[in-house]
Design a protein around this ligand. Structure first.
Ligand code: ARG
Length: 560
């Protein structure tokens, strides 16, 4: 927003050019308390330059700066505290939101650039785990945030649809598979025979041998093996798509690991040409500094996860001409991505330094990892359905006459699960708790959604429409809300810079809190003179809440 730039310029002149404008911008703080102003500029580093105490410098600067946005300036304890002209700023913020609507906060720095984002990427014939839920939700939010920063985004689902586990599945299917049951409930049944394979193979190693042989056949294009594989893949994908449908998530590409089957020879050749490929106990590896070697081919000649990721990186770079690539994958794969990026750097690809692993922590239940251990499967779809059901129950109690109850329960239930995941920094482990997620008063998705819906109801009652907007005449109580609204564009930029959707989630909580406090003290629908500006403020909050939720992948119902 203009005011910050103008303040930077004024400060730049006041310090007689002794600090760069970019340094000044970085140094400016936002005071924690309103009585310290809206911006604070600390003068401690200037003491050396001017050979005066920070107190004196602050005093001198405060006497020098002024511009159209500044109400008053105070020097306190080595800080220059700047108070903005509330009326000017409010006018600027509200008119900017009302005229841009959902485009408010849009950034330009990504324009003309493409990012590929690899996220969700579940494994065929295995349940969609909590780790995959986290990747799906975080990846989708990061993708939306990147678009809001001007980037073109390619959403890629790198399906785990290749690898020795398919050899195991083929063997298991021949031994114990039941076609009808698999058709009915593919993931559950395939998991069942997969688990059985492991149990039996513990006693009988020949099964493992058969599985490797079966996968090798698959890699070589054996017709029967391919057909089975295709069926497993299609059936599982259909199940995954139900989850994506519930979450409202789409992908531009489902090119998974299998897609790279015929693209790996080239990688192996390139590595060999550059003298990077070495033999180790019959396997082919690339040796790396300060970390274990990256395995490219096993002793039996079959390829690995890493080989496919190398082929995928080359393919994506060539196909999408991307300037950046993100991989939203759990923290436990950190080493894999370090090795991958290192190999690509050794291959002298300049773009390798634009590849970024975006890791995240675990989902816990009662402090323990929620996983897909034998038999104990937590099916994501069940979790989502539970959340939707519970949301429906809450709605039934609070607002039994609501129209479209089912649709809204869906938005609230899935929104609760998503928000719960995104409100903490992604590296934190999170404790899974349906009750906590759905608490309308806590730091939850439903709380933000509820604030939004309440505003929509005010706007209906006050018959607000864009033409009745007014931008002047707000009381002092509205100031924290205005300041929060003003901060949204910066939050959007920061969330992208740190690939951290929790910046947005925390912001939405803060904006909701500020609004609800204002609402508790202000009779919005009274007083004919100021009603229009108050409703314009409400409408602005609703726009920003809806847009912020959208960035997280959450819908904002107008009633709930
Ligand atoms: N399918 C893998 C898993 O579930 C995640 C794939 C992530 N993406 C990638 N390009 N390696 O562990």
């Amino acid at each position: 927003m203009k005011d910050k730039q103008m303040i930077v310029n004024s400060l730049f002149e006041a310090v007689e050019g002794q600090l760069a404008k970019s340094d000044i911008e970085q140094t400016i703080e936002k005071p924690k308390f309103a009585h310290l102003g809206d911006y604070a500029f600390p003068c401690f580093t200037l003491a050396k330059i001017f050979r005066k105490s920070p107190n004196i410098i602050a005093k001198e600067i405060s006497e020098k700066i002024s511009n159209d946005f500044i109400e008053k300036v105070e020097a306190v304890g080595g800080y220059v505290n700047i108070f903005l002209k509330q009326s000017e700023i409010s006018k600027e913020v509200l008119s900017s939101i009302v005229s841009s609507q959902s485009a408010y906060g849009q950034q330009k720095h990504g324009e003309g650039q493409t990012i590929t984002i690899d996220f969700s990427s579940p494994n065929i014939a295995k349940p969609f785990s909590m780790g995959h839920l986290r990747s799906t939700v975080i990846g989708n939010a990061v993708a939306n945030i990147a678009e809001k920063n001007g980037y073109e985004v390619v959403r890629i689902n790198h399906l785990g649809d290749w690898g020795t586990q398919f050899g195991k599945l083929i063997v298991a299917y021949h031994l114990w598979g039941n076609k009808e049951l698999i058709e009915q409930s593919p993931v559950r049944e395939l998991l069942k025979i997969y688990v059985k394979f492991h149990e039996v193979a513990e006693q009988d190693d020949s099964l493992n041998y058969q599985a490797r042989a079966a996968f090798k056949k698959l890699e070589q294009g054996d017709e029967e093996a391919l057909q089975l594989w295709q069926w497993f893949r299609k059936a599982s994908l259909k199940e995954f798509e139900q989850v994506y449908g519930l979450l409202g998530i789409r992908f531009d590409s489902f090119a998974g690991e299998a897609f790279y089957n015929d693209k790996m020879d080239r990688v192996v050749e390139l590595l060999a040409e550059q003298g990077l490929l070495e033999e180790s106990d019959g396997a082919m590896v690339v040796n790396l500094e300060n970390m274990p070697p990256c395995l490219i081919k096993k002793t039996d000649g079959t390829t690995l996860y890493a080989t496919r990721d190398l082929a995928a990186a080359l393919y994506r770079n060539e196909t999408y001409n991307s300037t950046k690539s993100f991989y939203v994958v759990g923290n436990e794969q950190s080493l894999h991505f370090k090795q991958l990026f290192n190999v690509l750097e050794k291959m002298k690809y300049g773009w390798a330094k634009e590849l970024q692993h975006i890791p995240f922590g675990m989902m816990l239940k009662d402090g323990k990892k929620m996983s897909t251990r034998k038999g104990k499967v937590v099916l994501l779809e069940e979790v989502l359905n539970d959340a939707i059901q519970l949301a429906g129950k809450n709605i039934e109690e609070k607002n039994p006459n609501l129209k479209q109850k089912e649709e809204i329960a869906k938005m609230v239930g899935t929104g609760a699960v998503i928000f719960h995941d995104l409100k903490n920094h992604r590296m934190n482990d999170i404790e899974f708790s349906l009750e906590e997620m759905l608490n309308f008063e806590g730091e939850t998705g439903p709380y933000v959604q509820y604030t939004h819906a309440r505003i929509c109801s005010l706007l209906r009652k006050g018959q607000y429409n864009i033409k009745t907007s007014q931008f002047e005449g707000l009381s002092d109580e509205a100031w924290p809300v205005v300041i929060s609204l003003k901060g949204f564009p910066e939050v959007v930029a920061k969330a992208f810079e740190l690939a951290d959707p929790s910046q947005i989630a925390k912001y939405l909580i803060e904006l909701s809190r500020a609004f609800n406090k204002y609402y508790a003290h202000t009779r919005i629908l009274e007083d004919n003179v100021t009603i229009h500006v108050k409703l314009t403020l409400c409408a602005s909050v609703a726009i920003v809440l809806e847009e912020g939720l959208r960035l997280l992948g959450i819908q904002a119902p107008e009633e709930m």
